[in-house]
Design a protein around this ligand. Structure first.
Ligand code: ZN
Ligand code: ZN
Length: 225
């Protein structure tokens, strides 16, 4: 019985794990990971909300948490590789250092990067125009909120102008809308694309003088199945 030996066509390393006749390391040299040259983060100077996925997100999470999501959206991997993790190693006022763990040919490869970070401060629409009253809250929840938001980002983009406020939690975000009808439309758009479970509750809040009845705020919980 003979054991087949293979060599990388580029560096000559002996390995059974070859991709187009070259080893994993050489493959990454030729097909590099696309990492942004600079990371720009837009933050509201008044309320600290962060502009992310075309939404202004208010959140109690540290900046590092947002940077993870923003960065993840901007990294493009070459074919035949998958991202196992992205770890933020260090953040200063002007730089961000992170490590990518990739899987290629069943091997785990780590790469470290340091790129400039620019924090741009401006006023979010809420702080600029003043708050509107909300009539409905859409709670988006998932075991993997980052991935979930990515999946529905195109749908959300059609509604982001209607969002009064967005608040982030560990398992998702809450979006505040001026009307329940808008939320129902958005929910039906999401439902067409992704299997979700929907629960609605409503709570009386204030009195509608024109209709002479209580005013309700609907909370619609949408959970990814
Ligand atoms: Zn090689
Ligand atoms: Zn603000």
């Amino acid at each position: 019985m003979s054991i087949k030996t293979k060599f990388c066509a580029k560096c000559g390393k002996e390995t059974d794990l070859l991709l187009d006749t070259i080893c994993a390391k050489c493959y990454l040299d030729i097909n590099p990971i696309k990492v942004p040259k600079k990371l720009i983060v837009v933050r509201c100077k008044k309320c600290n909300s962060i502009y992310y996925q075309r939404l202004w997100l208010t959140s109690d999470m540290p900046l590092k948490y947002h940077l993870h999501g923003i960065l993840l959206n901007k990294i493009v991997l070459p074919e035949s590789t998958s991202l196992e993790s992205l770890d933020i190693l260090n953040v200063t006022d002007s730089d961000i250092e992170f490590e990518l763990t990739l899987k290629i040919l069943g091997q785990r490869i780590k790469q470290t990067y340091a790129i400039p970070l620019e924090l741009r401060e401006k006023k979010c629409p809420n702080c600029f125009k003043g708050k509107k009253a909300h009539r409905a809250i859409l709670q988006l929840r998932s075991e993997n909120p980052e991935e979930f938001l990515q999946k529905i980002s195109k749908i959300l983009a059609n509604y982001n102008k209607k969002v009064i406020k967005a608040k982030e939690f560990a398992k998702g975000i809450d979006l505040f809308f001026p009307s329940r009808a808008v939320v129902l439309k958005l929910v039906s758009d999401i439902k067409k694309k992704i299997p979700v479970k929907i629960t609605e509750t409503s709570k009386a809040k204030g009195w509608d003088r024109t209709k002479n009845k209580p005013r309700y705020i609907s909370t619609i919980l949408l959970r990814e199945r």
